[in-house]
Design a protein around this ligand. Structure first.
Ligand SMILES: [Mn+2]
Length: 326
């Protein structure tokens, strides 16, 4: 069945439904929240009763989106004719919402992951779509709806979230065209990019200063940084304040492996690894962790100096093994 046939099937399921349960994945990201709020708003405009939920509360940085306060973490108080899961690579990504969602009259899976974990009665999974937001636009079109300015903002946020601001390999002509359409519909690209990629609390900036102060090219090609419990306590930063930091270390010229040691509890270190053409997953597996070839991690206990030496000793031999393409 072609992509548009599946989209038409979803539209046919939406039209007669009255009470619709929408849910997106746990730890919701910009695509999950943007898709959820845009589709909620579209369905409300068609006169549907809509319940929108994510298993965990969505991040406050998306609170400016229209309808954000309507998102709950629980199931609807009524039986749903139709349930639509958004951006979920497998029903288990719905966590506690999985069972109530699967109990709806008809279950729809709208997603753009690889498509091996599909679920429900209608499975519209397009692995080459840049974002789930892209599919919500297509569904709106099938329902005769063009995005309003608020819907366009939510959808654009999802699109730039999943394409890294049109930088990742999924930045296709379609993704760029959709971005242009959403901007024409009222999404403000500068404001939305700033909200998702730039705005952060002072505590995160201060924590980054600590990480940078610790930065050391300990071995030629291996950059290592560490953040202690004291760094978190004194800056007031939350653990997620380090998001993206290690990627910026990997991008330093000459770096083949970047390492960030984060003290989660006293003496317990979360180690993040990034490789530039260097298999860091193998290193992580050696410590009981895992991940992707060029992005991996593990947990280790000990004093900072000792942990640092052990990790460097494990990464060093990989530098001399065969190089693969990044
Ligand atoms: Mn997505």
């Amino acid at each position: 069945m072609s992509r548009s046939d599946e989209c038409a099937r979803v539209a046919r399921a939406v039209r007669p439904s009255r009470a619709i349960f929408l849910a997106a994945h746990e730890h919701p990201d910009a695509d999950a929240v943007g898709s959820l709020l845009a589709l909620r708003s579209m369905l409300l405009s068609l006169g549907k009763t809509v319940h929108a939920a994510t298993p965990d509360p969505p991040p406050d940085r998306f609170a400016f989106l229209e309808g954000f306060d309507a998102i709950t973490t629980g199931p609807p108080p009524w039986p749903a004719d139709l349930a639509i899961a958004l951006d979920c690579d497998g029903a288990d990504r719905l966590a506690a919402l999985e069972a109530p969602l699967m109990a709806a009259g008809t279950v729809v899976d709208i997603d753009h992951h690889c498509g091996i974990n599909t679920f429900g009665d209608i499975r519209w999974v397009v692995s080459d779509a840049a974002s789930t937001a892209s599919l919500v636009v297509e569904l709106g079109d099938a329902l005769g709806l063009s995005p309003t300015a608020d819907q366009a903002a939510a959808l654009y946020l999802g699109l730039i979230g999943d394409t890294g601001g049109f930088r990742f390999t999924n930045t296709s002509p379609e993704a760029l065209r959709l971005g242009a359409e959403l901007v024409a519909a009222g999404a403000n690209p500068a404001e939305l990019a700033r909200r998702i990629f730039s705005i952060r609390p002072l505590s995160a900036a201060l924590l980054e200063a600590r990480a940078l102060a610790s930065l050391d090219m300990a071995i030629d090609g291996v950059l290592i940084a560490s953040l202690t419990q004291r760094d978190f306590a004194e800056t007031g930063a939350v653990p997620s304040a380090t998001d993206g930091l290690i990627d910026s270390f990997r991008d330093v010229v000459g770096v083949r492996a970047a390492i960030l040691l984060k003290e989660g509890e006293p003496g317990v270190w979360q180690v993040s690894l990034r490789g530039n053409g260097l298999d860091v997953a193998a290193v992580a597996v050696g410590f009981g962790g895992g991940g992707h070839v060029f992005a991996a991690g593990f947990t280790i206990e000990g004093e900072l100096d000792e942990v640092r030496a052990r990790v460097l000793d494990a990464v060093a031999p990989a530098l001399h093994e065969g190089t693969s393409d990044a």
